[in-house]
Design a protein around this ligand. Structure first.
Ligand code: ADP
Ligand code: F6P
Length: 325
Protein backbone atom coordinates (compact mmCIF):
# COMPACT_ATOMS: atom_id res chain seq x y z
CA UNK A 1 0.00 0.00 0.00
CA UNK A 2 1.36 3.43 -0.94
CA UNK A 3 2.36 5.65 2.00
CA UNK A 4 0.14 8.67 2.68
CA UNK A 5 1.87 11.85 1.51
CA UNK A 6 2.97 14.26 4.23
CA UNK A 7 0.67 17.29 4.40
CA UNK A 8 1.53 18.84 7.75
CA UNK A 9 5.04 19.26 9.14
CA UNK A 10 5.76 19.97 12.80
CA UNK A 11 8.99 21.65 13.87
CA UNK A 12 10.62 21.87 17.30
CA UNK A 13 13.94 22.72 18.92
CA UNK A 14 15.29 20.53 21.72
CA UNK A 15 18.27 20.34 24.08
CA UNK A 16 20.58 23.33 24.51
CA UNK A 17 19.73 26.28 22.28
CA UNK A 18 22.26 27.11 19.57
CA UNK A 19 22.73 30.23 17.43
CA UNK A 20 21.30 29.48 13.98
CA UNK A 21 18.34 27.46 15.21
CA UNK A 22 16.10 30.37 14.21
CA UNK A 23 17.42 30.28 10.66
CA UNK A 24 16.60 26.58 10.52
CA UNK A 25 13.05 27.17 11.84
CA UNK A 26 12.55 29.97 9.31
CA UNK A 27 13.72 27.72 6.47
CA UNK A 28 11.40 24.87 7.48
CA UNK A 29 8.45 27.26 7.70
CA UNK A 30 9.04 29.21 4.51
CA UNK A 31 10.24 26.36 2.28
CA UNK A 32 7.39 24.27 3.66
CA UNK A 33 4.78 26.91 2.86
CA UNK A 34 6.22 27.47 -0.62
CA UNK A 35 5.91 23.73 -1.26
CA UNK A 36 2.30 23.65 -0.07
CA UNK A 37 2.72 22.05 3.36
CA UNK A 38 0.96 23.22 6.50
CA UNK A 39 3.52 24.02 9.21
CA UNK A 40 3.03 23.71 12.96
CA UNK A 41 5.56 25.01 15.46
CA UNK A 42 5.94 23.18 18.75
CA UNK A 43 7.15 25.20 21.69
CA UNK A 44 9.59 23.99 24.39
CA UNK A 45 10.82 20.82 22.65
CA UNK A 46 9.47 17.43 23.67
CA UNK A 47 8.00 18.88 26.86
CA UNK A 48 5.90 21.36 24.88
CA UNK A 49 4.86 18.59 22.49
CA UNK A 50 3.56 16.51 25.38
CA UNK A 51 1.75 19.60 26.72
CA UNK A 52 0.26 20.28 23.27
CA UNK A 53 1.95 23.66 22.92
CA UNK A 54 1.40 23.66 19.19
CA UNK A 55 0.90 26.71 16.98
CA UNK A 56 0.17 27.21 13.28
CA UNK A 57 3.07 28.96 11.60
CA UNK A 58 2.85 31.41 8.74
CA UNK A 59 5.59 33.20 6.80
CA UNK A 60 5.50 36.34 8.96
CA UNK A 61 5.88 34.34 12.18
CA UNK A 62 9.53 33.89 11.22
CA UNK A 63 10.21 37.46 10.08
CA UNK A 64 13.26 39.22 11.44
CA UNK A 65 14.70 36.23 13.32
CA UNK A 66 17.74 35.25 11.20
CA UNK A 67 20.02 37.48 13.25
CA UNK A 68 18.69 36.41 16.65
CA UNK A 69 20.47 33.88 18.83
CA UNK A 70 18.55 31.26 20.83
CA UNK A 71 15.34 29.79 19.46
CA UNK A 72 11.99 31.54 19.03
CA UNK A 73 10.25 28.20 19.65
CA UNK A 74 12.13 27.88 22.95
CA UNK A 75 13.66 24.63 24.09
CA UNK A 76 13.69 22.31 27.08
CA UNK A 77 15.42 19.33 28.54
CA UNK A 78 12.76 16.77 29.38
CA UNK A 79 14.26 13.58 30.89
CA UNK A 80 10.80 11.95 31.18
CA UNK A 81 10.86 11.60 27.40
CA UNK A 82 12.99 8.47 27.88
CA UNK A 83 9.76 6.68 28.97
CA UNK A 84 7.84 4.81 26.26
CA UNK A 85 4.41 5.99 27.51
CA UNK A 86 5.55 9.61 27.22
CA UNK A 87 6.86 9.00 23.69
CA UNK A 88 3.56 7.32 22.76
CA UNK A 89 1.69 10.32 24.13
CA UNK A 90 3.80 12.59 21.88
CA UNK A 91 2.97 10.46 18.83
CA UNK A 92 -0.74 10.50 19.71
CA UNK A 93 -0.67 14.29 20.07
CA UNK A 94 1.01 14.62 16.67
CA UNK A 95 -1.73 12.45 15.14
CA UNK A 96 -4.42 14.50 16.90
CA UNK A 97 -2.99 17.72 15.40
CA UNK A 98 -2.57 16.15 11.95
CA UNK A 99 1.24 16.31 12.12
CA UNK A 100 2.53 13.67 9.67
CA UNK A 101 6.22 14.43 10.10
CA UNK A 102 8.30 16.14 12.77
CA UNK A 103 11.48 18.13 12.13
CA UNK A 104 13.67 18.05 15.24
CA UNK A 105 16.46 20.58 15.56
CA UNK A 106 18.82 19.53 18.34
CA UNK A 107 21.76 17.43 19.42
CA UNK A 108 22.33 13.70 19.73
CA UNK A 109 20.08 13.44 22.81
CA UNK A 110 17.22 14.96 20.84
CA UNK A 111 17.94 12.55 18.00
CA UNK A 112 17.77 9.62 20.44
CA UNK A 113 14.27 10.85 21.32
CA UNK A 114 13.45 11.19 17.62
CA UNK A 115 14.56 7.61 16.99
CA UNK A 116 12.05 6.46 19.62
CA UNK A 117 9.27 8.41 17.88
CA UNK A 118 10.26 6.81 14.57
CA UNK A 119 9.96 3.37 16.20
CA UNK A 120 6.40 4.30 17.17
CA UNK A 121 5.54 5.17 13.57
CA UNK A 122 6.08 8.93 13.37
CA UNK A 123 8.17 10.24 10.48
CA UNK A 124 11.07 12.28 11.88
CA UNK A 125 13.79 14.40 10.31
CA UNK A 126 16.77 15.50 12.44
CA UNK A 127 18.71 18.71 11.90
CA UNK A 128 21.98 18.92 13.89
CA UNK A 129 21.85 21.95 16.19
CA UNK A 130 24.27 22.23 19.12
CA UNK A 131 27.25 24.43 19.93
CA UNK A 132 29.18 21.32 20.98
CA UNK A 133 29.94 20.08 17.44
CA UNK A 134 29.70 16.56 18.78
CA UNK A 135 27.20 14.67 16.61
CA UNK A 136 28.96 11.63 15.14
CA UNK A 137 27.27 11.57 11.74
CA UNK A 138 28.07 15.15 10.76
CA UNK A 139 31.19 17.26 10.33
CA UNK A 140 29.21 20.34 11.35
CA UNK A 141 26.48 21.29 13.80
CA UNK A 142 24.49 24.53 13.70
CA UNK A 143 25.78 26.91 16.39
CA UNK A 144 29.37 25.68 16.53
CA UNK A 145 30.79 28.47 14.38
CA UNK A 146 29.13 31.22 16.40
CA UNK A 147 30.17 29.64 19.70
CA UNK A 148 33.84 29.28 18.74
CA UNK A 149 33.98 32.82 17.39
CA UNK A 150 32.38 34.23 20.55
CA UNK A 151 34.72 32.19 22.75
CA UNK A 152 37.72 33.15 20.61
CA UNK A 153 37.01 36.86 21.04
CA UNK A 154 36.58 36.42 24.80
CA UNK A 155 39.89 34.54 25.04
CA UNK A 156 41.61 37.27 22.98
CA UNK A 157 40.41 39.78 25.57
CA UNK A 158 41.78 37.64 28.37
CA UNK A 159 45.10 37.36 26.57
CA UNK A 160 45.44 41.17 26.47
CA UNK A 161 45.27 41.40 30.23
CA UNK A 162 47.24 38.17 30.79
CA UNK A 163 50.16 39.54 28.79
CA UNK A 164 49.97 42.99 30.45
CA UNK A 165 50.17 41.42 33.90
CA UNK A 166 52.42 38.48 32.91
CA UNK A 167 49.80 36.06 34.13
CA UNK A 168 48.75 32.52 33.51
CA UNK A 169 45.07 32.21 32.51
CA UNK A 170 42.95 29.13 32.25
CA UNK A 171 39.61 29.40 30.47
CA UNK A 172 36.84 26.81 30.69
CA UNK A 173 34.69 26.41 27.60
CA UNK A 174 31.60 24.26 27.02
CA UNK A 175 31.33 21.16 24.84
CA UNK A 176 29.72 18.64 27.15
CA UNK A 177 31.76 15.42 26.66
CA UNK A 178 33.64 16.69 23.64
CA UNK A 179 36.64 18.94 23.12
CA UNK A 180 35.90 20.54 19.75
CA UNK A 181 35.21 24.04 21.10
CA UNK A 182 38.33 23.95 23.29
CA UNK A 183 40.55 22.68 20.49
CA UNK A 184 39.34 25.17 17.88
CA UNK A 185 39.60 28.11 20.29
CA UNK A 186 42.95 26.89 21.57
CA UNK A 187 44.42 26.82 18.09
CA UNK A 188 42.75 30.10 17.06
CA UNK A 189 43.99 31.96 20.16
CA UNK A 190 47.52 30.58 20.31
CA UNK A 191 46.86 28.74 23.56
CA UNK A 192 49.72 26.55 24.73
CA UNK A 193 47.49 23.73 25.88
CA UNK A 194 43.89 22.63 25.35
CA UNK A 195 42.73 20.10 27.91
CA UNK A 196 40.04 18.02 26.26
CA UNK A 197 38.13 14.97 27.52
CA UNK A 198 39.26 12.84 24.58
CA UNK A 199 42.95 13.06 25.49
CA UNK A 200 43.44 14.72 28.90
CA UNK A 201 44.96 12.17 31.29
CA UNK A 202 44.46 14.30 34.43
CA UNK A 203 48.18 14.65 34.80
CA UNK A 204 48.20 18.21 36.15
CA UNK A 205 51.91 17.92 36.88
CA UNK A 206 52.56 17.61 33.14
CA UNK A 207 50.40 20.70 32.49
CA UNK A 208 52.44 22.60 35.10
CA UNK A 209 55.74 21.45 33.58
CA UNK A 210 54.69 22.74 30.18
CA UNK A 211 53.87 26.14 31.69
CA UNK A 212 57.28 26.27 33.37
CA UNK A 213 58.94 25.25 30.11
CA UNK A 214 57.25 28.15 28.31
CA UNK A 215 58.28 30.53 31.06
CA UNK A 216 61.89 29.29 30.79
CA UNK A 217 61.74 30.05 27.06
CA UNK A 218 60.90 33.64 27.96
CA UNK A 219 57.12 33.65 27.59
CA UNK A 220 55.54 36.16 29.98
CA UNK A 221 51.98 34.83 29.92
CA UNK A 222 50.18 31.55 29.37
CA UNK A 223 46.78 30.72 27.95
CA UNK A 224 45.32 27.28 28.64
CA UNK A 225 41.83 26.32 27.49
CA UNK A 226 40.01 23.50 29.24
CA UNK A 227 36.90 21.82 27.92
CA UNK A 228 34.27 21.39 30.65
CA UNK A 229 34.29 17.64 29.93
CA UNK A 230 37.94 17.43 30.97
CA UNK A 231 37.16 18.81 34.43
CA UNK A 232 36.28 22.20 35.87
CA UNK A 233 38.76 25.02 35.73
CA UNK A 234 38.56 25.23 39.54
CA UNK A 235 39.68 21.63 39.98
CA UNK A 236 42.40 21.68 37.35
CA UNK A 237 43.84 25.15 38.03
CA UNK A 238 44.29 24.49 41.73
CA UNK A 239 46.46 21.43 41.12
CA UNK A 240 48.40 23.03 38.27
CA UNK A 241 49.10 26.02 40.52
CA UNK A 242 50.37 23.74 43.27
CA UNK A 243 52.77 21.94 40.92
CA UNK A 244 53.98 25.05 39.09
CA UNK A 245 54.02 27.56 41.93
CA UNK A 246 52.32 30.00 39.54
CA UNK A 247 49.00 31.61 40.39
CA UNK A 248 46.36 30.96 37.74
CA UNK A 249 43.51 33.34 36.82
CA UNK A 250 40.37 31.36 36.03
CA UNK A 251 37.49 32.20 33.69
CA UNK A 252 34.38 30.17 32.94
CA UNK A 253 32.89 31.40 29.64
CA UNK A 254 29.63 29.54 30.23
CA UNK A 255 26.45 30.79 28.49
CA UNK A 256 28.22 33.77 26.91
CA UNK A 257 29.45 31.33 24.27
CA UNK A 258 25.98 29.82 23.67
CA UNK A 259 24.08 33.06 23.05
CA UNK A 260 24.49 35.79 20.51
CA UNK A 261 23.75 36.57 16.90
CA UNK A 262 24.67 33.66 14.62
CA UNK A 263 27.57 33.96 12.21
CA UNK A 264 27.04 33.94 8.46
CA UNK A 265 28.10 30.29 8.34
CA UNK A 266 25.54 29.23 10.95
CA UNK A 267 22.73 31.14 9.23
CA UNK A 268 23.56 29.69 5.82
CA UNK A 269 24.06 26.08 6.94
CA UNK A 270 20.88 26.24 9.04
CA UNK A 271 18.87 27.70 6.15
CA UNK A 272 20.04 24.99 3.78
CA UNK A 273 19.46 22.18 6.28
CA UNK A 274 15.99 23.52 7.16
CA UNK A 275 14.99 23.71 3.51
CA UNK A 276 16.47 20.27 2.89
CA UNK A 277 14.30 18.78 5.63
CA UNK A 278 11.22 19.92 3.70
CA UNK A 279 12.64 18.68 0.39
CA UNK A 280 13.34 15.24 1.88
CA UNK A 281 9.73 15.01 3.06
CA UNK A 282 8.44 16.19 -0.30
CA UNK A 283 10.46 13.39 -1.93
CA UNK A 284 8.90 10.80 0.39
CA UNK A 285 11.91 10.48 2.73
CA UNK A 286 11.37 8.89 6.15
CA UNK A 287 13.32 9.03 9.38
CA UNK A 288 16.42 10.84 8.17
CA UNK A 289 19.12 12.93 9.79
CA UNK A 290 20.65 15.76 7.77
CA UNK A 291 24.43 16.07 7.97
CA UNK A 292 27.42 17.79 6.45
CA UNK A 293 30.20 15.59 5.12
CA UNK A 294 33.27 17.08 3.48
CA UNK A 295 31.39 20.34 2.79
CA UNK A 296 28.50 18.50 1.17
CA UNK A 297 24.95 18.18 2.53
CA UNK A 298 23.80 14.58 2.94
CA UNK A 299 21.15 12.66 4.86
CA UNK A 300 21.27 9.33 6.65
CA UNK A 301 18.77 6.88 8.05
CA UNK A 302 18.32 7.92 11.69
CA UNK A 303 19.37 4.51 13.08
CA UNK A 304 22.58 4.55 11.05
CA UNK A 305 23.24 8.19 11.94
CA UNK A 306 23.06 7.45 15.65
CA UNK A 307 25.62 4.63 15.34
CA UNK A 308 28.22 6.91 13.74
CA UNK A 309 31.10 8.15 15.89
CA UNK A 310 33.06 11.36 15.39
CA UNK A 311 36.65 11.87 16.41
CA UNK A 312 38.63 14.88 17.52
CA UNK A 313 41.52 15.30 15.08
CA UNK A 314 44.46 14.49 17.34
CA UNK A 315 46.85 16.26 14.99
CA UNK A 316 45.17 19.61 15.77
CA UNK A 317 46.32 19.34 19.37
CA UNK A 318 49.91 18.65 18.34
CA UNK A 319 49.91 21.59 15.93
CA UNK A 320 48.51 23.90 18.60
CA UNK A 321 51.25 22.99 21.05
CA UNK A 322 54.02 23.33 18.46
CA UNK A 323 52.82 26.75 17.34
CA UNK A 324 52.46 28.30 20.81
CA UNK A 325 55.65 29.98 21.86
P1 ADP B 1 20.95 17.53 22.95
O1 ADP B 1 19.84 17.21 22.06
O2 ADP B 1 21.50 18.91 22.74
O3 ADP B 1 22.02 16.46 22.96
P2 ADP B 1 19.97 16.52 25.50
O4 ADP B 1 20.95 15.41 25.59
O5 ADP B 1 19.70 17.29 26.74
O6 ADP B 1 20.41 17.64 24.43
O7 ADP B 1 18.62 15.91 24.95
C1 ADP B 1 17.51 16.75 24.71
C2 ADP B 1 16.27 16.02 25.07
O8 ADP B 1 16.10 14.89 24.22
C3 ADP B 1 16.22 15.43 26.48
O9 ADP B 1 15.90 16.39 27.45
C4 ADP B 1 15.12 14.40 26.33
O10 ADP B 1 13.86 15.01 26.31
C5 ADP B 1 15.41 13.86 24.92
N1 ADP B 1 16.26 12.66 25.01
C6 ADP B 1 17.59 12.59 25.25
N2 ADP B 1 18.02 11.30 25.29
C7 ADP B 1 16.92 10.53 25.08
C8 ADP B 1 16.67 9.12 25.01
N3 ADP B 1 17.66 8.23 25.14
N4 ADP B 1 15.42 8.71 24.76
C9 ADP B 1 14.41 9.59 24.61
N5 ADP B 1 14.56 10.93 24.67
C10 ADP B 1 15.80 11.41 24.89
O1 F6P C 1 24.81 21.07 24.64
C1 F6P C 1 25.05 22.44 24.78
C2 F6P C 1 25.54 22.76 26.17
O2 F6P C 1 25.77 24.15 26.25
C3 F6P C 1 26.80 22.00 26.61
O3 F6P C 1 27.97 22.56 26.08
C4 F6P C 1 26.71 22.11 28.10
O4 F6P C 1 27.36 21.04 28.74
C5 F6P C 1 25.22 22.03 28.35
O5 F6P C 1 24.58 22.40 27.14
C6 F6P C 1 24.74 22.94 29.46
O6 F6P C 1 23.39 22.70 29.63
P1 F6P C 1 22.36 23.58 30.49
O7 F6P C 1 21.74 24.55 29.55
O8 F6P C 1 21.36 22.58 30.95
O9 F6P C 1 23.14 24.25 31.55
Amino acid sequence: MAEEKVKTIGVLTSGGDAPGMNAAIRAVVRRGLVKGFKIKGIRRGYLGLCNEEIIDMEADDVSNILQRGGTILETERYPEFAETEVQQKAVDICRKHGIDALVIIGGDGSFAGAEKLAALGLNVIGIPGTIDGDIGCTDYTIGFDTAINTAMRAIDNIQDTASSHERCSMIEVMGRNAGYIALWCGLACGAEQALIPETFDHNEKKVAEKILKHRAWGKNNNIIVNAEGAGTVDQIAEKVSEYSGISIRKTVLSYIQRGGSPTCRDRVVASIMGAMAVDILEDGGKNRVIAMKKDDYVDYDIHEALQMKGSVPAYMEGIMEDLAL
